[in-house]
Structures are given as structure tokens and as C-alpha cells.
Design a protein around this ligand. Structure first.
Ligand code: ZN
Ligand code: ZN
Length: 347
């Protein structure tokens, strides 16, 4: 079967012929119906060869959807032909975090050799995908897999990032979204649907800002050296109640820290360059600001996000590519030329 793999760190991925896998005990084989490309793939592709954390070559794709093609022995909860989305941040399934659905924070995953598809295990950018356990699969019902697959990360991650701030985002407050890309454009929609807050979106081009307004941002501000002053013109001295930074580079984190108000939240979601950080101290920011850097989301939250999509409140902007043309998706992702999410669909 065909698969898009990272072969050499620092170089573009390759479309290669690999063996079609067979499911072992407890595993599920999916015929992939859609796979999303993510900025964190780009981050992985550009990690240095020395100390590269994953086995190579490795099939990319941590956003996956498919139809159950076969099940391994012992799998009784899913039947062939069921259309499903894959919950990606696999954990051990039995520890305290996993028991709460927070497999993204499983403390035992690394020692047990458990890794997400596309981030340590063979991913979804292929004709078939092995899923380690049926509990990682959420039935899609009549949801279109192409529209739904980005929700497994680009929907789940902003949902998990926003949820703890919901109690603060009451009437009259302001939420700021930095980066109106794959995650940010869904984050804006979630904030509009789940809160009465005024939503301000920041990005680096007028094109991205008009996209942000299309998906629901009340106001937009160019993300440049004047961003803090320009956001403060809107919020006044109160500042923003919650800032969601879907970029995570030093300038965007500095902007977030500059616009957050007293008792506000700064949520750093974007990986950025991997080293950017927020400076926190008594005199560094308004009183009682909380800073958190979440990773992906919980299993129950994916079910909630897919239910929101079923209710018709999430419009995911998708650019579709065939598997044969999947390398072009990665080229455009790296060049920041995508409007929304790139989804690869095997023929
Ligand atoms: Zn991702
Ligand atoms: Zn666990």
C-alpha cells in the first residue's frame, strides 16, 4: 500500500510503497477514509536527525478516520464497515489520567512504548492504519470523514485548551485567538458557540484576518509589533480574559502576556519553535494571571467535539488532496499557504 513517510529528518516526506498491516490481538485495521496534515508534522519533519525520537521511516498522520476493515482477536465492540474517527493520544488505558479519559497525559505511555499514530507509530497517511485498541475509535455515524478528521486534533486541541477557561468567559469579557489557521479557526468557532465573550483574532496577513472574521471573530488585529497596543485599544485597561496562542513563537507569547488582564488565562497551544516561553513573576504580568500549555485532549472531549460538529456549529475549512498528491499538502503546510486544514484522501 502507499504511505507518506518521514524518511530523513530535515527533508520533505516521501510517498512510498509499504506492506499492508494485519491487526494483532485487540487491534483494529482501518481502511483510511481521511487523514489530516498538521503543523506539528512539519515540526517533526524539521527536528534534527541526532536524537530524533521516533523510529524511521515512519508513516505520518496523527489525524485519522477510516472504516473498520478487520479486527484482531478479542475485539468485539466494533464491527467491519463502521465509519470511525481515531482518538490519537494513546495511553495505557488503566492509570488515573487514562481512567479520566486524559490519555494525552498518561504517565506510563513512554515506558510501555505506547505512542500516537504518526508520532511514534505508523500514522494515518496511508491506505490502511492499525489502531491499538477499539477504545481509541469514535463512531462517526453520518459525519463526513473528510470534514470530521481535522476535529481529532485541530478540533480536540482547541476544545481542550478552551474548556478550563469557560467559567471565566462570561458576558462582557474578551477572548483572543492568536493564529487563525487550522486550530485557530476552529478555536474561534468554539469560543463563539460556547461563550458570550467578544472574540478578537490576530494573524499576520489581511487574508488570514478576513478568514477569521468569516468564521466568527468579532474583531481582528494584525499580529505585528503594535499588536499589544492595538488589542488594548479594544479591551481598554481590563485586557483580555483569556488568550489562546495557537502559534507559540516568542513574539506571539509576548503579545499574549502583553494583552492578558488581571486574573486572565494565557494558553499556549502552538509548538512554535519548541523553545519559546512565557516569563512569569510578580512584576511580569497582571495579578493572578494563569499560564498553561496543554497538549491535545481527552477521549470524552473528542466525543463532545464530534457531537458539536453533528449539531452543525463547527465548519472546518478543508483543502482536499489525494494520497498521490499528499506531498503537495505538506509543501503548502510548510509554506503556510493553506486555508484551514489539509486533508489527504486515499483513492
Ligand atoms: Zn497535530
Ligand atoms: Zn495511562
Amino acid at each position: 500500500m502507499k504511505a507518506i513517510q518521514i524518511v530523513t529528518p530535515g527533508q520533505a516526506p516521501e510517498l512510498r510503497e509499504v506492506d499492508k498491516p494485519t491487526p494483532g490481538p485487540g487491534q483494529v485495521l482501518l481502511k483510511v477514509t481521511a487523514a489530516g496534515a498538521c503543523h506539528s508534522d512539519d515540526f517533526v519533519l524539521n527536528m534534527p536527525a541526532e536524537g530524533f525520537p521516533y523510529p524511521l521511516p515512519m508513516t505520518l498522520g496523527h489525524e485519522g478516520a477510516g472504516v473498520v476493515a478487520a479486527v484482531g482477536s478479542g475485539v468485539t465492540t466494533l464491527s467491519e464497515g463502521t465509519s470511525v474517527a481515531v482518538y490519537g493520544p494513546w495511553g495505557c488505558g488503566v492509570c488515573h489520567f487514562c481512567s479520566r479519559g486524559l490519555e494525552n497525559y498518561c504517565p506510563r505511555a513512554a515506558e510501555l512504548g505506547i505512542a500516537p499514530p504518526g508520532l511514534g507509530k505508523e500514522g494515518a497517511m496511508a491506505e490502511y492504519l492499525i489502531v491499538d485498541d477499539a477504545r481509541h475509535l469514535v463512531p462517526l455515524g453520518d459525519l463526513d470523514p473528510v470534514a470530521a478528521v481535522p476535529l481529532t486534533d485541530a478540533g480536540l486541541t482547541p476544545y481542550h485548551a478552551i474548556k478550563p477557561s469557560l467559567g471565566k468567559l462570561v458576558g462582557g469579557t474578551t477572548a483572543v485567538v492568536i493564529g487563525a489557521g487550522g486550530l485557530g479557526h476552529i478555536g474561534i468557532q468554539l469560543l463563539r458557540h460556547l461563550t458570550p465573550a467578544r472574540v478578537i483574532a490576530l494573524d499576520v496577513s489581511e487574508d488570514k484576518l478576513s478568514f477569521a472574521r468569516e468564521v466568527g471573530a468579532h474583531e481582528t488585529v494584525l499580529s505585528d509589533a503594535d499588536a499589544v497596543a492595538n488589542v488594548r485599544k479594544i479591551t481598554g485597561n481590563e485586557g483580555a480574559t483569556a488568550v489562546f496562542d495557537f502559534v507559540g513563537l516568542q513574539p506571539t507569547i509576548d503579545t499574549a502576556m502583553g494583552i492578558v488582564g488581571t486574573m486572565g488565562d494565557v494558553v499556549i497551544v502552538g509548538i512554535g519553535d519548541g523553545v519559546a516561553a512565557a516569563k512569569v513573576g510578580f512584576f511580569s504580568q497582571p495579578y493572578e494571571v494563569s499560564v498553561r500549555a496543554p497538549y491535545w485532549g481527552a477521549r470524552d472531549e473528542l466525543i463532545e467535539v464530534l457531537d458539536l460538529a453533528r449539531d452543525g456549529v463547527l465548519e472546518v475549512a478543508v483543502e482536499k488532496f489525494s494520497l498521490d498528491n499528499g506531498l503537495e499538502a505538506y509543501r503548502r503546510l510548510a509554506a503556510n499557504e493553506l486555508r484551514g486544514r489539509a486533508v489527504v484522501v486515499p483513492d
